[in-house]
Design a protein around this ligand. Structure first.
Ligand code: ASC
Length: 149
């Protein structure tokens, strides 16, 4: 099942890499990616509150949030343009030094977010919990290495 899902989403992953960006400068790119991450954090945070029992689990809202995160997971990547390690950013220079690994970690996040959106639609609690944890791990896995704390 997981393999099938991955095959289905693989074609759309990192689609933004192939496009030329339209940012004026590094500041623009930084703002763009930070905006994307803010929207992800808002939506992921609400799912987290439900998972931790801080608020009641609402299947419809959760599925909407998961769908949002899956779509949003494709947004920040485009903002990591060359030279945008300098400025008002928490991204470490290591992002550009180890770009292939950074890209792979971003792709893993996108894959996990896509799986979460799919299982959230189906509504199986155990699957949702697992997929939520996998997605959270891929957020943290990248932050641990590439984000200032
Ligand atoms: C969030 C958020 C993150 C991740 C991370 C998951 O809600 O803002 O950066 O979850 O804490 O481990």
């Amino acid at each position: 099942m997981k393999k099938l899902l991955l095959t289905l989403v693989a074609g759309t992953l990192l689609a933004s890499t192939a496009q030329a960006h339209n940012f004026e400068d590094a500041k623009d790119a930084i703002q763009y990616r930070q905006s994307g991450f803010s929207l992800i954090a808002y939506n992921f945070g609400d799912m987290g509150a439900m998972m931790k029992g801080k608020k009641p689990f609402d299947a419809e809202t959760f599925a909407m949030r998961a769908k949002n995160v899956a779509a949003l997971s494709h947004i920040p990547f485009e903002g990591f343009i060359d030279g945008s390690d300098k400025g008002d950013t928490e991204a470490l220079a290591k992002v550009w030094q180890d770009k292939a690994d950074f890209d792979a970690k971003m792709k893993t996040f996108q894959e996990n977010a896509a799986i979460l959106a799919t299982v959230a639609q189906k509504g199986d609690q155990a699957e949702i919990k697992q997929a939520f944890m996998d997605t959270g791990k891929s957020c943290k896995g990248c932050h641990d290495v590439y984000k200032k704390d």
